[in-house]
Design a protein. Structure first.
Length: 315
């Protein structure tokens, strides 16, 4: 074996060792994320026993050791009411996620599955709806121009006049977490009130101002008179520079739990979510994010970036 060949073998060996090490660390932090979500749920349900918890993406968290072959993690499953998945069938074009789909089918036997596909034409929209409904998933298929969840679609899937007393009764949902299209809080709230969605998934703040309990309660009736549930978005895996908790002196690596740049989102930083300082921001005390959601009268929380355990180590 000549020197260049030996060198290439050594480099390959180091790369394999590095990849294995990253995977082990990621899996260990996945277990930490399971614990984190359970703790958030416990904190909220001590105050409101039927508080709804819905993580988004990373559906392998439902399983023991993040491995579907090891069976469902019942403690984790008991802590949540459903699971959200982005772009399961469509991300502009048709995509194939057989492993995620299989896990979602398994979870759907006990919990609600929300799917937010992204389509670019009418045919894809219809196909996404059909695929989700055939699997028993609740579909929100956003079209071109609504990638960042900033618009209320003109069409509504499975519109009904039913009273939605529990999350499991829902047949459709609105995913609206970007308020850039609304010039005032009044216009924003009025737009929401005049919809017939069973579930409103929205931000707990409008342009940085926390929604009040009376404002949130005013959203809990569909325009057609049926009751509905209102869920607040909460990012638990990345810090957002425009949130109330952000301090001007903070930057990447300072504090140390601000770990990694979030590609594509300059205002977000992946966090070491297992650190006490971050967890206190999320669910400990009167100024925590979860407490603000509870105080505003939301029925539950939608937990984003739970896949931080993966993206802290991989691109």
């Amino acid at each position: 074996m000549n020197i260049p060949t030996k060198f290439l073998v050594l480099i390959s060996y180091i790369f394999i060792l590095s990849s294995c090490s990253k995977e082990k660390r990621s899996d260990k932090k996945g277990l930490k994320m399971q614990e984190f979500i359970i703790e958030i749920s416990n904190y909220a349900r001590k105050q409101i026993p039927n508080f709804i918890i819905i993580p988004q993406n990373g559906i392998e968290l439902v399983f023991n050791d993040l491995a579907p072959e090891d069976g469902v993690n019942q403690a984790f499953l008991n802590a949540i009411d459903g699971f959200g998945i982005e772009e399961l069938f469509y991300n502009s074009t048709s995509v194939s996620n057989p492993e995620t789909l299989e896990m979602a089918q398994k979870v759907s036997e006990q919990k609600v599955i929300l799917v937010a596909d992204y389509v670019n034409d009418t045919d894809s929209y219809s196909a996404a709806v059909q695929k989700n409904q055939s699997n028993g998933f609740i579909c929100f298929s956003r079209k071109s121009g609504n990638y960042d969840y900033q618009e209320i679609p003109s069409s509504l899937i499975n519109e009904n006049t039913s009273h939605i007393a529990t999350f499991s009764e829902a047949k459709n949902y609105l995913y609206l977490i970007n308020d850039s299209e609304f010039t005032s809080k009044t216009a924003y709230l009025n737009a929401l009130r005049t919809t017939n969605y069973d579930v409103l998934l929205i931000d707990a703040f409008f342009k940085g101002e926390q929604l009040t309990k009376s404002e949130v309660n005013s959203l809990k009736m569909k325009q057609n008179g049926g009751k509905r549930v209102v869920i607040a978005y909460m990012n638990i895996g990345a810090a957002e520079k425009y949130r109330y908790y952000w301090k001007d002196k903070w930057k990447l690596h300072s504090p140390g739990w601000l770990k990694k740049k979030y590609d594509g989102y300059d205002d977000e930083i992946w966090v070491k979510f297992w650190k006490k300082e971050w967890q206190e921001i999320i669910y400990s005390g009167s100024n925590s994010y979860t407490q603000k959601i509870i105080d505003s009268g939301f029925d539950g929380a939608y937990l984003d970036n739970v896949e931080a355990y993966y993206f802290l180590y991989f691109d």
